[in-house]
Design a protein around this ligand. Structure first.
Ligand SMILES: [Fe+2]
Length: 265
């Protein structure tokens, strides 16, 4: 089974530029690439930071682009998002009984769980007892089927101090304790870090991707401000198999340029 992950689209007002790139144009190219090459995917998950300042019009632009996707999509909330504006524009986005934008989708490959890790007004993320109770219920009712967890914020350090200080800081131990009794969590997918990473946390494999807009430079020392980079945008092509999870990091602009050159020549 194939799914797609897009992350950190950071759309800004009036389809403008930010950090030297145009988030709208890049997301448009991303969706076009998915439409051409992955229309057979089951789902596209967008792991938060959808609109850079959470404006209604930015979400409106997001809706217009996503209308071009030939596959269903699942929106998640990130620290840059505005929950109410997101839900106003996308009223079908499911929420839990406490208003968190978190939900599950059961596919043939297993249960996909989309966690809301946002702490309102903060860059860092959180995981509280309400969210722990909800997650426990979803894990229990998975009945041992494969589970794939999606979070905006990683709950551990990745070795980049300027990113680590805005990871899931509140409740990281609670999250670890919540998932510890369950051995059927196959993989964790993150947004937020604007970089490709992979590894494991408490024995569970994880991955993250570059965003479709700007990226974070690989700086392993503390800097006065987060250092951006012009590394290319990417999205994830992910195979959820019975005994494996395979993650492809697709630099779609390179491919698009190559195809354009081929057509021109
Ligand atoms: Fe982001």
């Amino acid at each position: 089974m194939k799914i797609i992950q897009i992350t950190d689209t950071h759309l800004v007002l009036d389809r403008g530029e930010m950090h030297g790139v145009n988030p709208y144009a890049r997301l448009y190219a991303c969706v076009e690439d998915i439409a051409v090459n992955h229309a057979d995917a089951e789902l596209c998950v967008i792991t938060g930071d959808l609109a850079h300042k959470g404006e209604l019009s930015a979400y409106g632009d997001l809706a217009k682009i996503l209308a071009r996707l030939p596959i269903p999509y699942q929106l998640m909330v990130g620290n840059h998002d505005h929950r109410e504006n997101l839900l106003t524009t996308f009223p079908d986005t499911p929420t839990d009984e406490n208003g968190f934008i978190q939900s599950i989708i059961d596919l043939d490959a297993g249960r996909l769980i989309f966690l809301d890790t946002v702490v309102s007004g903060e860059k860092f993320g959180g995981f509280c007892q309400q969210r722990a109770d909800w997650l426990t219920a979803q894990l229990k009712s998975s009945d041992g089927r494969a589970v794939y967890l999606f979070l905006h914020h990683p709950p551990f350090k990745i070795g980049m101090p300027n990113v680590d200080n805005m990871r899931l800081l509140q409740g990281d131990d609670l999250l670890a304790d919540t998932i510890a009794p369950f051995s059927n969590i196959e993989h964790m997918f993150f947004g937020h870090v604007h970089r490709p990473t992979a590894g494991s946390w408490h024995g569970i494999s994880f991955s993250s991707f570059r965003g479709t807009a700007h990226q974070c430079a690989l700086r392993l020392e503390k800097t006065p401000h987060l250092v951006r980079s012009h590394e290319p945008p990417a999205y994830g092509v992910i195979f959820l198999n019975a005994h494996s999870t395979v993650v492809h990091y697709h630099d779609f602009l390179d491919y698009t340029a190559f195809v354009a050159d081929s057509v021109a020549s």
